[in-house]
Design a binder for this molecule. Structure first.
Ligand SMILES: *[C@@H]1O[C@H](CO)[C@@H](O)[C@H](O)[C@H]1NC(C)=O
Ligand SMILES: *[C@@H]1O[C@H](CO)[C@@H](O)[C@H](O)[C@H]1NC(C)=O
Length: 81
């Protein structure tokens, strides 16, 4: 939001709660936030880069896909813009 290349965890929480309500529930508390940061491979005390964020998207998408994959008839219309 302030044009920096990285986000601190507070900025990340704000972004997620605005844009990704499903993940927002998880990062509301310290434990959930820690898990998500770990998924993104963010080191302790580090800011979150776009690359970290992308790790999260990939992992979340992977989970979504492996869940819906098991239900027949669901096709993936993945479109990133
Ligand atoms: C983390 O981000 C904040 C705000 O964008 C910035 O002020 C700070 O210098 C950054 N810290 C590191 C370790 O990159
Ligand atoms: C994160 O960045 C925001 C905006 O730059 C700043 O207001 C906030 O104090 C920072 N929080 C931390 C934990 O560094």
């Amino acid at each position: 939001a302030d044009n920096g290349p990285t986000l601190n965890t507070t900025q990340f929480q704000t972004l997620v709660s605005n844009q990704m309500p499903a993940i927002a529930k998880t990062v509301e508390n310290e434990e959930g936030l820690g898990q998500v940061l770990q998924q993104m491979e963010v080191q302790d005390g580090q800011n979150i880069s776009f690359e970290n964020f992308w790790n999260l998207i990939n992992k979340q998408a992977g989970q979504l896909f492996s869940t819906s994959h098991k239900e027949k008839g669901i096709k993936c219309h993945c479109l990133l813009q």
